[in-house]
Design a protein around this ligand. Structure first.
Ligand code: GAL
Length: 528
């Protein structure tokens, strides 16, 4: 195609994008409030905020190791100091008080409790730290929700093969057991794992996260297999040993983008989008919430690809019948992290990896607003569709949104504080949660904003800021400053949603999103 033709096409597409909204995606803003018992939370994780990487007996974890090797992380940033929340948690709690959240989700650094990952290395100082944090939260009427594993595996366990070694099932259970015993009397809400998908794909598949392994067609699947079994075992430990006395709830947090068929009237696109959902969310949710086993479409796809490679078994390990029974039903709620959406169409890939086994290709609509992270496009309506998908596929579970938020890259502090784009993101996405509850009858019981603070954004370092509060990483005191979005969220929590104060005249107020058109589709095809 000649350049002038491309130009004409772009022009036509732009004009038509403005004129023809996608069916079912252009949505009106919904005024209204959340159910009375709906709760608001914010979240962080240990490696991303604590710092204090080598104090009070803490052992090395895989992120310490990964960051200390130059070249793995943007700007060679590390979590050595991060937000210094290990020392400044009182300040963090003040920020939460000011926001008005009722809950705070944070994670435990396993290597503070068991420096070498095993119970033989038990370190009381680690327990003492988290007990102080829990006490301080409760003294401020903030309910703690603890994630046991938010990616910072003790290095000594990685030296044994990490999540591809099934002996970690027992070690994780020992760690979980100690945490339930020590903190369970004060903590009612537990998450075993945060986003096993990211652990296994970025950590063991493409090597973009610690431990940096690139075995995308094998270790990725083994990692997931071990984590699902580890989750199930720890859930049963809580269920049989602690539930009766502690009366808490325990689940897992799964991340999922929404995968929308590129062309909803093309059955191949619809099937590809469903495959992509099954490979991403179903990989973990199907065993835990449905029948103890991976989704059929996923098992078949990996098996067929493995056979085509000339292997004598599938690259995806399988569960025994006893394991399926042990895994099925290990949930008290559905923990969900969500950030973005992709369009999906089928594609035959040449190589074998988790990504290519699913024979689907991701496309991002160029009309979707960008954020500070290349992977995160702003597509609020995807969250509502995802929530309905969870309801339809995994039973009408209580859903706790355990993360949702957006990054912005800013050159100056002033820019970072004036984060209108984050306000727009929260307004749009939280409104879709309200629609899911009020219009689709999805049982969402809580919303968690990621994150309380700007923090160490994994391999992106400190460049991509997700916080409601700005942290000055150049200042040794790591001062925090509320952004405009913190003020917005505070008001939203106070209002418990979006009450219509206009007497109804605002009903036409719109959040037209996801605009597209026939020509827009043609353009997308041309450039993807
Ligand atoms: C999630 C993760 C968080 C945070 C967030 C923003 O996947 O659980 O730790 O990094 O993404 O990228």
């Amino acid at each position: 195609m000649r350049l002038s033709q491309v130009g004409a096409c772009v022009l036509l597409a732009v004009v038509s994008i403005q004129l023809v909204p996608c069916k079912g995606q252009a949505t009106e803003f919904l005024f209204g409030t959340f159910p009375d018992n709906f709760w608001w939370s914010t979240a962080t994780s240990s490696y991303q905020i604590e710092g204090a990487w080598n104090v009070s007996g803490k052992g090395l974890n895989i992120w310490d190791t990964y960051c200390h090797v130059g070249g793995n992380v943007n700007n060679n940033d590390t979590g050595d100091v991060a937000c210094d929340s290990y020392n400044k948690y009182d300040e963090d709690i003040k920020l939460m008080k000011e926001l008005g959240v009722s809950h705070y989700r944070f994670s435990i650094s396993w290597a503070r409790i068991f420096p070498d990952g095993t119970k033989a290395s038990y370190n009381q100082a680690g327990i003492d730290h988290y007990e102080k944090l829990v006490d301080a939260l409760k003294a401020n009427d903030i309910i703690p929700m603890i994630t046991l594993y938010h990616w910072d595996l003790p290095q000594a366990l990685q030296d044994m093969g990490g999540w591809t070694n099934e002996s970690l099932i027992g070690h994780f259970n020992d760690y979980a057991d100690v945490m339930f015993e020590k903190l369970g009397p004060k903590v009612d809400l537990w998450l075993t794992f945060n986003e096993p998908f990211v652990v296994c794909w970025l950590g063991y598949g493409v090597g973009a996260h610690a431990p940096g392994i690139k075995e995308a067609g094998t270790s990725t699947y083994e990692c997931a297999h071990t984590i699902i079994k580890s989750h199930a075992k720890a859930w049963h430990t809580y269920d049989t040993k602690y539930r009766a006395t502690q009366k808490g709830k325990i689940g897992i947090t799964l991340d999922s983008d929404w995968k929308e068929a590129f062309n909803a009237s093309n059955p191949d696109d619809v099937a590809a989008a469903d495959r992509a959902m099954q490979f991403k969310l179903g990989w973990f949710a199907h065993p835990i919430f449905v029948n103890g086993d991976y989704p059929e479409v996923m098992k078949a796809a990996v098996y067929n690809k493995s056979m085509a490679q000339g292997l004598d078994a599938s690259r995806q390990p399988s569960f025994t019948e006893a394991e399926k029974q042990e895994i099925k039903g290990t949930h008290d709620f559905f923990g969900l992290n969500h950030y973005t959406t992709q369009l999906i169409e089928p594609r035959d890939w040449e190589f074998e990896s988790w990504e290519q086994d699913q024979e689907a290709k991701e496309i991002r609509d160029p009309s979707w607003p960008d954020s500070g992270s290349d992977w995160l496009k702003v597509v609020p309506w995807g969250l509502r569709k995802l929530l309905s998908f969870v309801k339809d596929n995994y039973g009408n579970q209580e859903i706790i949104i355990t993360e949702n938020g957006v990054s912005i890259q800013s050159n100056t502090k002033e820019d970072a504080l004036n984060d209108q784009a984050r306000i727009d993101y929260y307004r749009g996405y939280i409104n879709e949660v309200l629609k899911a509850i009020r219009l689709d009858n999805v049982n969402v019981i809580a919303y968690t904003a990621w994150s309380l603070l700007d923090n160490f954004e994994w391999s992106r370092g400190y460049a991509e800021r997700f916080g409601l509060h700005y942290v000055d990483f150049d200042d040794p005191a790591r001062p925090r400053t509320a952004k405009e979005s913190a003020k917005y969220i505070k008001q939203l929590i106070k209002d418990h949603g979006f009450p219509d104060t206009s007497g109804g005249s605002k009903k036409q107020g719109s959040a037209i999103v996801g605009l597209c058109s026939v020509l827009g589709v043609i353009l997308l095809k041309l450039f993807n």
